[in-house]
Each structure stands twice: as structure tokens, then as C-alpha cells.
Design a protein around this ligand. Structure first.
Ligand code: SAH
Ligand code: SF4
Length: 357
């Protein structure tokens, strides 16, 4: 519920408008986990809220922390029993502001069926609501604060699901994240990652407050990309690049491409040459990410030597790239993996046996 919605609700209960702002602040800025924390709201109002509303749509099922303590992964349960993942990545920096990045899910599975992705195995899924997207950010924000960070500094839609197929809820969640009475996050600090849903990239480019767009490319070879990413392969690379350039023209934002390196698949110097030929234009950054191993999948990361050869070729070819560390492998870093492990291990958690079929 946005601020006007809360204001209307409380007005119908005979409460003044400033109460709605107080409540909004508790929910979206202080990320209260319990009505009891909302100490400046009258007890009678809190009681009525408890009886008639539900303000935390997500239950924490599991929390894993990397050995270094800089990555926290949360497994959360939605009201209908679906499970989703959220990752918090913490960066302490001497020379600039500390960063606390929350990686959120936008769906509880994905229809796109990428061969290397654990989330793609969950074909029975649904779009998350704005509240469920925000609920993840607020769990992560509380975890960041517990670790001495001021709050979240960045949000990336790189968790489970394809955010461009859930744009309305993503937009509503961003409006709350950017609200001055909420976390007041700038849209410049939000990244939306897509496997390349071309028509939706055009829709996203029309947003008044443009976010950073990251496109999962993984191969500049049309046939190989279609094999790796059958859903995204509906659109040709030419169509994808045209949409990306239109995004760049309309928003002025730099384009980022994700390139996960899979051993023996897309890690050769000739693959780098194809990449260079596709990505012409100066304001393009490529994030090269060694694959995250997924249980039961043949896709693995190349050796350090092969990675070095690939990045050396990129450098020679003038590709502007960053080799990204793969965070949190000790806590099932790749998206969809924690949920998968939870279901394989069973544990005490309810598991729908049809998932993953
Ligand atoms: N659906 C969107 C966003 C979520 S996936 C997208 O595909 O972009 C976030 C990123 O994780 C994508 O770049 C995706 O390709 C990547 N990814 C998925 N599985 C991976 C794996 N096993 N190793 C490395 N990256 C992976
Ligand atoms: Fe979906 Fe992204 Fe995973 Fe592909 S990589 S299956 S688009 S979540």
C-alpha cells in the first residue's frame, strides 16, 4: 500500500493524515519487524492494524552467511508457501562510501528456461507483488544494519525471475524504495537485469526515473545463445542490440552486459572476438562472471588459466570489462540454489513435491 492508500485507510478509521506518514516511516524507513516496535502509534491503532492488516508478507525460513561475513543469503517464504531468495552483499571501503547491495527476486521461478540457471528449473511460479519485493529489501536492510551499515545503498534485480515480465510490481516497489519517507534510494542505484525481453526493454526505457539496465548476454553467437537461453532466444541479437541502444539513447544510462563464463562453452578467445564484434560503441561495460556451479548441472567455471586467456583476449580487442568475483559460493551463491538445496534436503520445511519437475 502506498502513502495515499495508507492515508485513505487510516482516514476511514478516523485517524489524522500524519498517522499515515508515521506508519509509512515505520514500515518503509525503519523497516519495523513488529507492530510492538511502533512506539509512537496509539495502542488501539496498533491493535486494529494487527487485526485487519498484514504488514510483513515474508517469513524468514533460513539465513546463511559466508565465512567472511560479507554475504548474507535469506530464504523467505511467501504467504502461499512459495519460497524465494534474497542476497545481501556488503562492501566496506576505505576510500569511498560503504556499499550494501540487496539482490532481490522478482518471481518465484522463471519461464525463460536458461540451461545454466537453477531458477529456470522452477516452471511453476508466479510474479511477486510489490510488497513481496519490498519485504525482501527490508529483511536485507535490517541484516545490513545489524552489521553496522547505515542501510541499503543499492538494489539489483538479479535474484530469481525475470523482472521485465513483472514490470508493474517492480515499478511500484521502486516508488516505495525511492520515497523520501522510505529508504530514499536513488533510481541511479537500482539495476534491473534481464535476459533480453526486447519489447519490455522499450517499455522500461520510457520510465521517467530510468534505472540501470543489465543485459544477460553470455554469448555473442546467435545459435549458441539460443541453446543456452531458449526463452531469450526468441529475439535475435540484432533486435536485442537495437533495443539496448534505444535504451541508452533515451535514458543516457550506460549499458551493462553480463557474460557468465562456462567451461568449454563460451570461454575461448574466438568467443571474445565475437563479443567484441557485437559490442561496438563506447559506453558499454561487460561484467565477466565465472559460472556459479549449480548442483546437477553440467555448467561449471573455466580454470583460472582459461579465464586469464579470455580476459587477455578481451583486453586486446578493446572490450571494456570487469572480471567480477563470484560471491558467496560457500552459501549456494547462484540464484535459485538455496531454494533448491532446501527442497533436496527437505529439512523441517514444507516442500511441494511438484516443484522442480
Ligand atoms: N532473469 C534476469 C535476472 C535474474 S538472473 C536475467 O537473466 O538477467 C541474474 C543473473 O544471474 C543473470 O545474468 C543470469 O544469467 C545469471 N546466472 C544465472 N545462473 C547462473 C550461474 N549458474 N552462473 C553464473 N551466472 C548465472
Ligand atoms: Fe530466468 Fe534469468 Fe535464470 Fe534465465 S538466468 S532462467 S531469465 S532467472
Amino acid at each position: 500500500m502506498d502513502l495515499p492508500g495508507l492515508t485513505d485507510l487510516l482516514a476511514a478509521w478516523g485517524e489524522p493524515a500524519y498517522r499515515a506518514r508515521q506508519l509509512f516511516g515505520w514500515l518503509h524507513q525503519k523497516n519495523a519487524g513488529d507492530l510492538a516496535e511502533m512506539s509512537d502509534l496509539p495502542k488501539a491503532l496498533r491493535r486494529r492494524l494487527a487485526e485487519e492488516t498484514d504488514f510483513q508478507p515474508l517469513k524468514l525460513l533460513r539465513r546463511q552467511e559466508s565465512a567472511a561475513g560479507d554475504t548474507v543469503k535469506l530464504l523467505l517464504e511467501l504467504a502461499d508457501g512459495e519460497q524465494i531468495e534474497t542476497v545481501l552483499m556488503l562492501y566496506r571501503r576505505k576510500d569511498s562510501r560503504d556499499r550494501a547491495t540487496c539482490c532481490v527476486s522478482s518471481q518465484s521461478g522463471c519461464a525463460m528456461g536458461c540451461a545454466f540457471c537453477a531458477t529456470g528449473q522452477y516452471r511453476r511460479f508466479r510474479n511477486l507483488t510489490a510488497g513481496e519485493i519490498l519485504g525482501q529489501c527490508y529483511w536485507a536492510c535490517r541484516a545490513a544494519r545489524e552489521k553496522g551499515f547505515a542501510g541499503l545503498s543499492n538494489v539489483v534485480f538479479m535474484g530469481m525471475g525475470e523482472p521485465l515480465y513483472n514490470l508493474n510490481h517492480v515499478a511500484a516497489a521502486l516508488a516505495a524504495l525511492e520515497h523520501p519517507l522510505g529508504l530514499a534510494l536513488s533510481h541511479r542505484r537500482v539495476t534491473v537485469s534481464t535476459c533480453g525481453v526486447v519489447p519490455q526493454i522499450y517499455r522500461l526505457s520510457e520510465w521517467e526515473q530510468p534505472v540501470e539496465l543489465a543485459v544477460s548476454l553470455h554469448s555473442a553467437d546467435e545459435a549458441l545463445r539460443r541453446q543456452l537461453m531458449p526463452g531469450a532466444g526468441r529475439w535475435s541479437l540484432a533486435q536485442l542490440m537495437e533495443a539496448c541502444r534505444a535504451y541508452r539513447r533515451r535514458t543516457g544510462r550506460r549499458l551493462t552486459f553480463e557474460y557468465a563464463l562456462f567451461k568449454g562453452v563460451n570461454d575461448s578467445p574466438s568467443a571474445a572476438a565475437q563479443l567484441a564484434a557485437l559490442l561496438t560503441g563506447e559506453d558499454i561495460l561487460v561484467n565477466i562472471i565465472p559460472a556459479n556451479p549449480v548442483e546437477g548441472s553440467a555448467f561449471t567455471a573455466p580454470s583460472a588459466k582459461t579465464i586469464e586467456n579470455f580476459t587477455a583476449a578481451c583486453r586486446r580487442l578493446g572490450i571494456h570489462f570487469q572480471l567480477r568475483e563470484s560471491r558467496g559460493q560457500d552459501i549456494d551463491g547462484a540464484c535459485g540454489q538455496l531454494r533448491k538445496r532446501n527442497q533436496i534436503c527437505g529439512d523441517a520445511f514444507a516442500v511441494d513435491p511438484a516443484f522442480g519437475e
